[in-house]
Design a protein around this ligand. Structure first.
Ligand code: FPP
Length: 247
């Protein structure tokens, strides 16, 4: 087979920081909420493209631990948008075999919203298609702190010795336990940082930053990110493009 006919390597797991909604709205003289609302379209596009291409997992940063500090009006409009999106999209996600999971500190949400998130997860739990992880009230430091608490509790109860704790033990307590680490990270909106997202899981992830504001992120931008990934030589700290076993 010629090299051009060979398929470009695809990420198994893509993680995205969807940034730029507020600026997109401001540029149009609209309220920030208009930007968040317009941000639902590229969410749909990414889910569709990942499912179509056989990418196993997609993780979206929808609301960070720090976002609670935004004006009350913006926080509550975002909550309403999540509920609306759940209502309007869940049937289709389910019909397309998507397994929906929410990662983050859900205890921070109103009880009724927590129940809706749990019901959506339960409904799609047996699906075998794309694993869609939506990070809500999520922070990488919170995730690691929670994992440390779980391990400490096992040590106190006598089930685990501190000296025996392995990286795998810690990884198994994290919110994305069971999913492979993201291969490709995308951040839209021009900033070049990871902003407390998946601090552990992004250790060897290829990082792609693009200037497009999230509501404008389209299939072409998505393909540019995939092409960037395909062109990377992944060494995982080794000297050749040979991942350690299990990666
Ligand atoms: C960051 O842009 C975006 C958010 C905090 C919210 C993301 C939410 C959506 C895209 C809505 C749809 C999501 C789902 C899962 C249905 P920003 O407000 O920080 O933008 P700025 O940097 O321009 O101010």
């Amino acid at each position: 087979m010629s090299s051009s006919a060979r398929q470009a390597p695809l990420p198994r797991h893509i993680a995205i920081i969807m940034d730029g909604n507020g600026r997109w709205a401001q540029q149009r003289g609209e309220l920030r909420h208009a930007g968040h609302k317009a941000g639902v379209r590229p969410v749909r596009m990414c889910i569709k493209e990942c499912a179509r291409r056989g990418i196993d997992h997609l993780t979206l940063f929808a609301f960070s631990s720090e976002n609670w500090g935004r004006p009350d009006e913006e926080v509550s409009s975002l909550m309403s948008l999540f509920v609306e999106a759940l209502d309007s999209e869940l049937d289709e996600l389910h019909a397309n075999g998507v397994r929906l999971r929410f990662i983050g500190n859900r205890n921070a949400f109103p009880v009724r919203l927590q129940a809706r998130l749990a019901a959506a997860e339960a409904r799609t739990a047996d699906n075998t298609g794309l694993g869609l992880h939506v990070a809500v009230s999520y922070g990488g430091r919170w995730d690691l702190t929670e994992a440390a608490r779980q391990l400490a509790a096992r040590c106190v109860s006598g089930g685990l010795r501190p000296a025996d704790i392995t990286e795998a033990d810690l990884a198994a307590q994290l919110q994305l336990a069971g999913a492979p680490d993201p291969d490709l990270f995308i951040r839209t909106g021009g900033e070049r940082r990871i902003s407390n997202f998946l601090l552990w899981n992004l250790a060897y992830t290829e990082l792609h930053f693009c200037d497009t504001l999230w509501p404008d992120f389209d299939v072409e931008d998505f393909e540019v990110a995939l092409a960037y990934f395909a062109g990377r030589e992944r060494r995982f700290g080794l000297t050749a493009a040979r991942p350690p076993s299990g990666a």
